[in-house]
Every structure is written in C-alpha cells, then in structure tokens.
Design a protein around this ligand. Structure first.
Ligand code: PLP
Length: 495
C-alpha cells in the first residue's frame, strides 16, 4: 500500500518510510492512498480474538510491509505493559451507553494505546528501510503525549527523544511524571507559553534545513511522535473496531447495527482514527466531536470555517486546550477527494491568516458522519458529579467533557443509537478537579487529592501513579520558545 502526502499526492512512499519520516518533506501529513476494508467474515474472526490480535489484524491491513506475526509481537509487547486484564475495557454505565477506557497503560492516558506501539513500528521501519543514522524524536506535548512517548521510547536503541511542554499548560501530575522520567536517551524541557507555542516551535525545527544539516553531521535524523505520525494514528483505529466487537460479543448489537462514538478531542487524532475505522466498514451512525471551551472544532463542524483567532482558555481538561488541530488536515484531504492543492492552500491560509473555510458541499459531507458540541467548565464538573451520583462511575475531566457533550447531543437530536463514550484518562491524572467536582472541596496538592479521592470513591489508584511523589526530578529547564533549536543542538552535543 502506498502512502501519499496530503499536500502532494504525487509524493508516495511505503508505510515504513511514512512512519520513519513522520512528516512529508512538503510539510504535509502521510495518508494511505486507499483505505482497506473489513468484511463480515473479518468481523467474525475479530470477535474471537484477544485485543492484541485484533490490533495486529487491523494494523496489518494498513502496514503491508510488516507481517501479521511481526505486528502481533509488537502488540503483545506494547499491551502486555498495561495493567489489568483487558488493555481497553468497554464498561456499561447506562442503557445503551458504554465507556471505552483507553487509560490502562503505563501513563494512565489514551496516548499509551499508540505510543507503546510507535517505538516498535519505528525500530521496524528503520530496519526495513536500511536506515543507519540515529533517530531523534521531537515531541511537543499538551501533557499526556510527552510522558507516554518518554515511556515508550526510553532506552530504545538508536533513538533519542526530547519532549517540550508548555510551562503553563499541564497539570502538576503530568509535569511531575515528565520531570522524573528515567532513561539514558531522554530530555524534557518546559517552554514558556501554551501548547500552540510549543507545537509551532517544534514544527519550525522540522522545516529548518540548517538544523537538520547540523543534526545529520552528528548522524541524527528527525522524527516525530506527535499524533501527526501515521504510526501514532494507525494503532488507534483498532480500538474502535474492537469496541464494536465487544458490543457484538455482549449481544448488545447485531452485526451491521450502527453505533455512535463521542470523543473528547484536541489535536483530532483520536476521533480521526475512528473515522478511518468507519471508512474500513465499521457501522457508525455519528462521531460526536467533543470540545471544552476551546471550541474551535465545534465551530468548524457547525459552520465550515476553522478560525483559530480567538481567546485561548486554560481549562480543567488541558489535553484538549488546543487551537490548531493538526490531524484535521487529513480529514480535509479526504473530504476534498484527495485535493492536495486545495489542502495545501488551506493549511497555508491557516498559517498566515489563522483561518480557512471549506465549501458547503464538503461541510454537508462531513456533517453526515460528524456532529460536534462543547462543554463549559461548570458543565464538566456537573458531569463528573452526576455520573458519580448516578451509578458510581468516576471519570476524569476529559471524559466528562465527552459525557456532557453527548448528553446534550442526545437530548437535542433524540438519537437513541447505542453510544460509546471514549474515555481518555484515569480520574487520578486530574485528582484535584475530580475531587472538587465530587465533594465540593478543593485540594490543590495532587497527592493529597489522590488520597482523598481514593477514600471518597473507592476507585483504585492505577499502579503507574503510585510512588510518583518519591521519585527524583531529573529535568527542570524552562526556556523561551525562540531557544528551542538551541536546546535540541545542546542535547545532541552533550551526548
Ligand atoms: C490527547 C488527549 C485528548 C485529545 O486527543 P486528540 O487525539 O488530540 O484529539 C483527550 N484527552 C486526553 C486525556 C488526552 O491526553
């Protein structure tokens, strides 16, 4: 299968090359030229499989230069590191309402679903393409990606990883998780500003030929672990299909019945993976894209105009505090029937003017499968509380945004399709806010809040978050965004 760039469809490469490079040379994102499809017989087979097998099966459809057995080795290794029996359990919380818990991995957030896989895919890609240089992974993180990438890549041979996070934009727990990171091939650094500052600074490096030449002299080539890498996106397709198989196995639905997925969205990677699953033949009625007060995606899905010129809010769901949703480029490319010139134009407009508008026809096409809504801070708190009150299910702030957005959607549309709320983090990653929502009491110390939350709810503290308090802080640098390139070169010099 060929992979092409969203900004130049004549540029094509293999899956391994797309994963190795992360981003196309023209700044576009890699997408498969065609989407493989799943038959009814495939679904029947998938229903009998473990999650590791399902994921390897789905991936083998997209990554045809990797064998199924090779991929199964990766998925077993990656998801074997998760705690509990099922890497992504589907939990019934109400009639026709399920929560897909994607946070049973080493960092207790959904990014683990892909970031435990990416290092294997990348190391495999380097071998397949005969790459002899080392790989330097650069990550801009709004919180969870950074830690998940650090865990995934730590001490992986031939790879180094540098993570930049916004000094003001991540939770205390997220910060501590990153600053205490172990491993001999890792560096973590804060950038003054918000996530978009960090992301654009890192993107600049990817487009800077001078730095790339300097790195190459030291035998390093750049790659990305951000959700723009196809190796990040592809493993996420599997859990949508797996959740559907679970619903079939629970006898909640019959084959062919449609389901809704509501996804708390930021960079648009998670929900986009769902869209690819749908293009493979997964019976979906609607994807509901849920935002917090940074509702740039909600406005886009309702009006067809993407406009990042707006106030930026810091919310209690920081992993969704994003005004540029990079993965939307892949949807634009798809919905415009692979119009690379138009996609490029729009992305250039976004860079220059901060906005673009798609055609009425394209918007109508998108609205057939996507709905969108947003949830305020007050509503987020209320969602955490009412659900807890209702049947004891405790959710994190991001999941609460999705739950609340879905409630509003279902009321407005009277849509009674069975729904899966995609849950992206453990409540213990945001213990102060979750505790406050449940008890009305604020405890800003994340560790004390964790203990109290544990007493209040009897919800188990995930294994990976225990003992964090006593770990040594290894990284405390804070830099200006203009100095990102220097920080990268300094790290390589220190090696
Ligand atoms: C990254 C993240 C999101 C947003 O996912 P996208 O793929 O960027 O849309 C939502 N919730 C949590 C907890 C996250 O870490």
């Amino acid at each position: 299968m060929k992979y092409i760039s969203t900004r130049n469809k004549n540029y094509s490469c293999t899956a391994a090359e797309a994963i190795r490079d992360g981003l196309a040379n023209d700044g576009g994102l890699f997408v498969p030229e065609t989407i493989p499809s799943l038959s009814k017989a495939d679904f029947e087979k998938l229903c009998e499989m473990s999650y590791e097998e399902r994921a390897a099966f789905v991936l083998s459809k997209f990554l045809d230069d990797y064998s199924y057995d090779e991929l199964l080795g990766y998925t077993k290794n990656a998801y074997g590191r998760f705690y509990g029996e099922d890497p992504c359990p589907l939990v019934n919380v109400d009639e026709n309402l399920y929560v897909l818990e994607l946070w049973h991995g080493p960092t207790c957030a959904f990014k683990d679903m892909a970031l435990t896989m990416l290092p294997h895919l990348l190391v495999g890609a380097r071998k397949k393409t005969g790459e002899t240089s080392k790989t330097l992974i650069l990550v801009a993180t709004s919180g969870d990606t950074g830690k998940a990438a650090l865990e995934g890549f730590r001490d992986v041979e031939g790879v180094d990883i540098i993570v930049f996070y916004p000094s003001q934009g991540v939770s205390d727990m997220q910060k501590l998780q990153m600053r205490t990171q172990q491993g001999n091939n890792v560096y973590v650094c804060a950038i003054e500003g918000n996530f978009d500052d960090a992301q654009s600074a890192v993107k600049t490096i990817f487009n800077d030929d001078e730095i790339k030449a300097k790195l190459l002299k030291k035998n390093y080539k750049l790659s990305s672990a951000n959700s723009i890498n196809w190796g990040r996106l592809a493993p996420q397709i599997a859990y949508y299909i797996s959740a559907y198989c679970d619903l079939l196995n629970f006898e909640e639905i019959e084959f062919g019945d449609k389901v809704n997925f509501c996804v708390p969205s930021g960079n648009f990677g998670n929900i986009l993976a769902g869209y690819y699953a749908y293009k493979m033949g997964l019976p979906v009625n609607k994807f509901i894209c849920a935002s917090n007060s940074n509702k740039v995606l909600t406005d886009f899905f309702k009006s067809g105009t993407y406009d990042r010129n707006r106030e930026f809010y810091k919310t209690m769901s920081p992993s969704m505090d994003i005004l540029i949703s990079s993965n939307l480029e892949r949807l634009l490319f798809d919905i415009s029937n692979h119009n690379d010139v138009l996609t490029k134009e729009r992305m250039e407009k976004l860079k220059k003017e901060g906005k673009y508008t798609i055609s009425k026809e394209e918007l109508a096409e998108i609205q057939k499968i996507f709905a969108a809504g947003f949830t305020t801070e007050e509503e987020t708190k209320a969602a955490i509380f009412s659900e807890n009150d209702f049947d004891g299910y405790v959710m994190d702030t991001h999941t609460a945004v999705a739950m609340s957005t879905y409630d509003a959607y279902a009321q407005e549309t009277e849509d009674e399709t069975p729904a899966v709320i995609v849950s992206t983090a453990s409540a213990y990653k945001f213990p102060s806010d979750v505790l406050e929502a449940i008890t009305g009491e604020r405890e800003n110390d994340a560790f004390k809040a964790t203990e109290k939350l544990n007493e209040e709810t009897a919800l188990e503290i995930p294994e990976p978050l225990k003992g964090l308090k006593d770990r040594e802080v290894r990284f405390s640098d804070v830099i200006n965004k203009a100095d990102v390139a220097k920080a990268v070169l300094d790290y390589i010099d220190r090696k």
